[in-house]
Design a binder for this molecule. Structure first.
Ligand SMILES: Nc1nc2c(c(=O)[nH]1)N[C@H]1C(S)=C(S)[C@@H](COP(=O)(O)OP(=O)(O)OC[C@H]3O[C@@H](n4cnc5c(=O)[nH]c(N)nc54)[C@H](O)[C@@H]3O)O[C@H]1N2
Ligand SMILES: Nc1nc2c(c(=O)[nH]1)N[C@H]1C(S)=C(S)[C@@H](COP(=O)(O)OP(=O)(O)OC[C@H]3O[C@@H](n4cnc5c(=O)[nH]c(N)nc54)[C@H](O)[C@@H]3O)O[C@H]1N2
Ligand code: SF4
Ligand SMILES: [Mo]
Length: 683
């Protein structure tokens, strides 16, 4: 075979950067940014450039495996699927279809055919036990979208062309490449947003790679972001400044405006200062800046949306966009419907006030707003015998789920734990069935479930770059095999197990804004950004429901007294992503000196007060559990904040998170602003 260079796109994160991959005899010998790619223009990050080492990971999964009394054994696909099918049929016979659950996670979203098939499998089994990583990531976003518009899937996107004021709240695009707004080449794009007369603010309890580019940085106490926005909104309403009166008149209900005014009434700049620790004058500057620019675009990230006040923060930020006439209008934020999914063609107005359903049998107190249960319910569902079989599509729940000890104990009780993955993980280590899937370089693909996070209306296609090894299969093929073993099928005619990946993609994309054959030949296509579809087509009478009582009640009931905080846990553990791994997917070699390290990041002054120094070992405890870590100084943090990044298995920060004390409206696990104590460990 000769040396060949292929153009493809990276499927680690939503930036979807273009890559040039050089292959020599099935070996990936070079990966570099594709300068011809219209989206990323040659940009890549460390992870994309190291796709070769990920592809050739020493723990790649190549053969189906089934666990027997002596451990995991290599088996044929027929034996693996038959055995799993028997376990599924038995569980359904004893407890009904809800006994079989699925966890559709991060990597599945980037495998269009696989995710499509896994969703269909869930429906074909007729199980309500559907879990996705959205409920441990940012369920406040679909919640606020549902309650304010009647539809869960709105993705507000910064109008980078015309916006003059952008604000990032708990989001660090320079490292993460954005939350739901993707940022390839983030430094260049953030600099453009921060270039005079444009302003770009960052709100983060830590000085970050993004805040260093910003025109202004506010560092509130973690979990208090909402107070800044409550005070800004109160000031604007009181002084009648910065409000887009015409937009408000047309697109809100007067009664909601009155309820809103009452809900924010206590939030003076003084109270906001007391709660956030930011000077009153800085909070007033924020308000005056918003008033000056008239329209704005605010991007929230996991620092805000995994915190105990996630819902109120996300809601007040949506409200601020409505009050300033910034939603669905140039110079503010537009709503990304996805080129491939075309949500603007599929939505219809929902006139009914959204209501929630109870959680699964063992956790009825949890609220369910869409067609999935929160991941925080899974442990009790397994322990109570309701959930007996779990199929994991592209996720690593043993690392990503809360309360690691409880998660591990519960997962070991499953009658079958089937995992579709590309490498061995903590989850495959206890799986009963391992189903090796094609990785990103082995499959043709389109970003069907993720082009909705692109900053423009673009989409793309890639062919497979290399052949899979003989026993690897497409995720959609495995899903169909599982369906067949249960006596059903998920493939509409004329698709079959003999179809190619591209046949499946052509079917999925048949209602897209671009023609699939044209996309295949052009590889990257862009269409015009749609403004106005949410207001004109989705909102009942064109009006946002700006004051959903469930979330407004969370604001009204927020304990403003500091007496409620527990002195036993004086520090706040916050989240922070690291540049060289994507959740639990670590690039190799891990031991190289320039790689991310696990450890407790702490301000050196805070460490000194505890008589700790860099390299010391410390015990971090939360009400849920504890872990040992080495100290690493990070002097960009607020003094009461510490960080232990997620995605490490030893030690895993999720030992400290709770599946019981969750957000009452979404069941979300609180993953930032966790009260912890620190003590020195002497050996
Ligand atoms: N390199 C890399 N990129 C990734 C990932 C990765 O693991 N590594 N993961 C991907 C995934 S799954 C996601 S969801 C996205 C997430 O993307 P982002 O949400 O941008 O994630 P982070 O980079 O962790 O930025 C969160 C910021 O919130 C701050 N923060 C923590 N607590 C608070 C708080 O209470 N208030 C405020 N205002 N800020 C707070 C932290 O200091 C941090 O700077 O990143 C994606 N991209
Ligand atoms: N404590 C704490 N917990 C957290 C977070 C936090 O900040 N703190 N962050 C949360 C967030 S934002 C998220 S999104 C979740 C992530 O939760 P998960 O989605 O469960 O975790 P990942 O580590 O992203 O798992 C992705 C898995 O997909 C596999 N994979 C990679 N490529 C492919 C492929 O092509 N096909 C298949 N089938 N598999 C593939 C990887 O090997 C890996 O095992 O974790 C959450 N958990
Ligand atoms: S930012 Fe990095 S991980 Fe994300 S798509 Fe681009 S190269 Fe891949
Ligand atoms: Mo995430």
């Amino acid at each position: 075979m000769t040396k060949n260079t292929h153009r493809t796109y990276c499927r680690f994160c939503v930036a979807l950067c273009g890559l040039e991959v050089t292959v020599d005899n099935a070996e990936i010998i070079a990966v570099r940014g594709d300068s011809q790619h219209a989206g990323s223009r040659g940009y890549t990050c460390f992870k994309g450039r190291n796709l070769g080492s990920w592809h050739h990971h020493p723990e790649r999964l190549h053969t189906p495996q089934v666990r027997s009394a002596t451990g995991l054994q290599d088996v044929s696909w027929t034996d693996c699927i038959n055995d799993l099918g028997t376990k599924i049929s038995e569980a359904i016979a004893i407890s009904g279809p809800d006994a079989v659950g699925v966890y559709l996670a991060t990597a599945s979203a980037f495998d269009a055919a696989g995710r499509w098939a896994s969703e269909r499998l869930t429906k074909a089994i007729n199980s309500r036990s559907k879990y996705t990583s959205t409920s441990i990531d940012t369920p406040c976003k679909p919640l606020v979208s549902t309650l304010m518009s009647g539809f869960p899937g709105l993705v507000p996107m910064i109008d980078e062309k015309d916006v003059t004021l952008s604000i990032f709240v708990g989001c660090n695009p320079v490292v993460s490449h954005g939350h739901l707004n993707s940022f390839s080449n983030p430094i260049v794009r953030l600099k453009a947003l921060a270039t005079n007369p444009r302003e770009m603010w960052v709100i983060d309890p830590r000085e970050t790679e993004s805040s260093r580019i910003a025109t202004r940085h506010l560092a509130p106490r973690s979990g208090t972001d909402f107070a800044l926005f409550a005070a800004v909104i109160r000031y604007m309403l009181k002084t009648d400044q910065g409000l887009d009166a015409e937009y408000i008149e047309r697109h809100t209900h007067l009664s909601d405006m009155q309820t809103l005014a009452a809900a924010v009434e206590p939030w003076t700049f003084e109270l906001a200062q007391e709660i956030t620790g930011c000077p009153q004058s800085a909070i007033q500057d924020l308000a005056e800046t918003i008033i000056k620019h008239r329209r704005l675009a605010i991007q929230t990230g996991t620092g805000a949306t995994m915190s105990p006040t996630a819902n109120i923060t996300e809601w007040l930020i949506w409200v601020l966009h409505v009050l300033t006439g910034s939603y669905d209008q140039p110079g503010g934020m537009w709503f990304q419907p996805g080129v491939l999914r075309q949500l603007q063609e599929r939505v219809s107005t929902n006139h009914a006030t959204p209501v929630s359903k109870p959680g699964p049998k063992s956790r009825p107190e949890l609220r369910v707003w869409t067609d999935e249960y929160p991941c925080s319910a899974m442990i009790d569902e397994i322990e109570s015998g309701n959930l007996r079989v779990l199929i994991v599509f592209g996720g690593n729940p043993i690392t990503s789920f809360p309360d690691t000890k409880a998660t591990q104990a519960a997962f070991k009780k499953l009658e079958a734990l089937a995992v579709l993955d590309v490498v061995s993980t903590d989850t495959t280590a206890i799986a009963t069935h391992i189903l090796p899937t094609k990785g990103q370089l082995e499959r043709a693909d389109i970003p069907f479930f993720v082009d909705q996070f692109n900053s423009d209306m673009s989409t793309q296609f890639t062919d497979a770059v290399v052949d899979p090894t003989p026993d690897m299969r497409s995720m959609w093929w495995i899903a169909e095999q599982i369906a067949n073993s249960c006596g059903t099928s998920i493939l509409p005619t004329p698709l079959s197990l003999e179809s190619s990946d591209k046949d499946i993609l052509a079917h999925i994309a048949h209602r897209s804004a671009v023609n699939f054959d044209q996309l295949k030949s052009e590889r990257y296509m862009t269409v015009a950004r749609p403004f106005g579809w949410v207001i004109n087509k989705l909102l009942p009478e064109g009006k946002w429901r700006i004051c959903p009582e469930q979330i407004a009640d969370q604001l009204i009931n927020y304990p403003t007294s500091t007496a409620t905080s527990n002195p036993q846990y004086p520090f706040r553990l916050i989240s922070q992503r690291q540049p060289k791994h994507l959740n639990s997917q670590h690039m190799l070699p891990l031991e190289a000196p320039n790689m991310d390290k696990p450890g407790l990041l702490i301000h050196s002054d805070t460490a000194a007060n505890l008589e700790l120094a860099e390299g010391d070992s410390v015990l971090i405890s939360s009400p849920v559990g504890s872990l040992h870590a080495r100290i690493i100084y990070q002097n960009t943090l607020r003094p009461e904040c510490v960080v232990f990044p997620h995605g490490w298995n030893a030690p895993n920060v999720s030992h400290l998170t709770s599946y019981k004390e969750v957000d009452p409206l979404t069941g979300m696990v609180i993953q930032t602003s966790i009260p912890v104590s620190l003590s020195k460990v002497s050996y």
